[in-house]
Ligand binder design. Structure first.
Ligand code: ADP
Ligand code: MG
Length: 323
């Protein structure tokens, strides 16, 4: 079963950033209102995620790590079936199979917490500990036991950039959660968790120009758009700050990006991209979200219609701002 975990890890744990994503999503699932992420050396050596969420009960602690390392997955074809279900219960098991993991967790109802260490999938210690409510997970030395994969990680700078991107988009999608992001002992950003999108954008992106973003609040036929778009004078050399959520889920959509860019067409230099944080709500029956948890693609039916809606509404918002 340790082999199966490693194979599954190949799917779930693409690199440090995917660990950060899974851990933050677990904290959000646990209804945390405060999440701290600390990384060292691009997360390759050290990732810590601390939350004030529900915590895990003493008797559930080991299960959380080992859930699918059972006879459930006995054949290769079953394995693929489980993977295609979207890794429910796969993340922690996968992470612990390819790294050294420590977890400290306590529920509100317990007097004390549990500290557990799991190394390459094996529990090496478990003991009671005094700690606050919530969960801290520390992931050290990713891929220490899979040398081939160790080599495929990017430079510290490259991995850090991917982690920053993932934390940014998760923090922007949850203005109600106070995030703190620390990289090599430097605080990169903290958000207030006050539920306010513009203050969250400002906390993360910081630059002065964020203050001048244009608020969008549009309803058109079968979609609504809320969020902030940048002035045409604020642009980037790539699409990394076109941050788009469809029905609350972060997506990369060429269609949506092109629709946004069309609204800016006359106002942006060639090969430059606008900045935005947009929440788009579309009737779920009009979209087809890829179920793969690591994928961010979204398929939109009736594309031409949606494209026009987005582009026209944003153009209106831009014109209203200028006039
Ligand atoms: P999944 O999230 O798909 O259930 P994971 O492997 O990510 O699977 O997590 C396994 C289980 O561990 C979760 O279902 C949850 O019960 C528990 N868990 C993990 N992280 C946390 C956390 N930060 N707070 C509370 N419970 C957690
Ligand atoms: Mg999970």
């Amino acid at each position: 079963d340790s082999t199966i975990n490693k194979i599954a890890a190949g799917e779930v744990v693409e690199g440090p950033y995917s660990i950060v994503k899974e851990l933050i999503e677990n904290s959000i699932d646990a209804e945390a209102t405060s999440i701290t992420v600390e990384i060292k050396e691009g997360g390759k050596k050290y990732i810590r995620v601390t939350d004030n969420g529900s915590g895990i009960e003493e008797k559930e602690v080991e299960k959380a790590f080992l859930r699918h390392a059972t006879s459930k997955i006995s054949k290769i074809k079953d394995l693929y079936k489980v993977l295609s279900l979207g890794f429910r219960g796969e993340a922690l098991a996968s992470i612990t199979s390819v790294a050294q993991v420590e977890m400290i967790t306590k529920t509100r109802d317990q007097q004390y917490g549990i500290s557990i260490e799991v190394n390459g999938g094996k529990v090496i210690s478990k003991k009671p500990i005094g700690c606050p409510n919530g969960t801290t997970i520390i992931v050290k030395n990713l891929f220490f036991n899979t040398p081939a994969r160790l080599k495929f990680m990017k430079s510290t700078q490259g991995e850090t950039a991917k982690i920053t991107e993932i934390i940014t988009r998760l923090a922007l999608s949850k203005p109600n959660v106070a995030f703190k992001y620390i990289n090599n002992n430097n605080i990169m950003f903290t958000t207030l968790g006050d539920g306010n999108l513009s203050s969250t954008i400002y906390s993360i992106l910081q630059d002065d120009w964020v203050k001048n973003m244009i608020e969008v609040n549009k309803k058109a036929n079968n979609l609504t758009m809320e969020g902030f778009i940048g002035q045409p004078t604020l642009y980037r050399g790539n699409r990394s700050y076109e941050i788009i959520y469809v029905n609350g889920r972060y997506v990369k959509s060429k269609l949506v990006s092109q629709a946004i860019e069309l609204a800016y067409k006359e106002n942006l230099p060639i090969n430059k991209y606008p900045v935005c944080v947009l929440n788009i709500r579309i009737d779920p029956s009009l979209i087809d979200v890829n179920v793969h948890p690591m994928k961010t693609e979204v398929k939109i039916k009736d594309e031409a219609d949606i494209f026009k809606c987005i582009s026209t509404s944003l153009k209106e918002a831009l014109i209203e701002e200028i006039t």
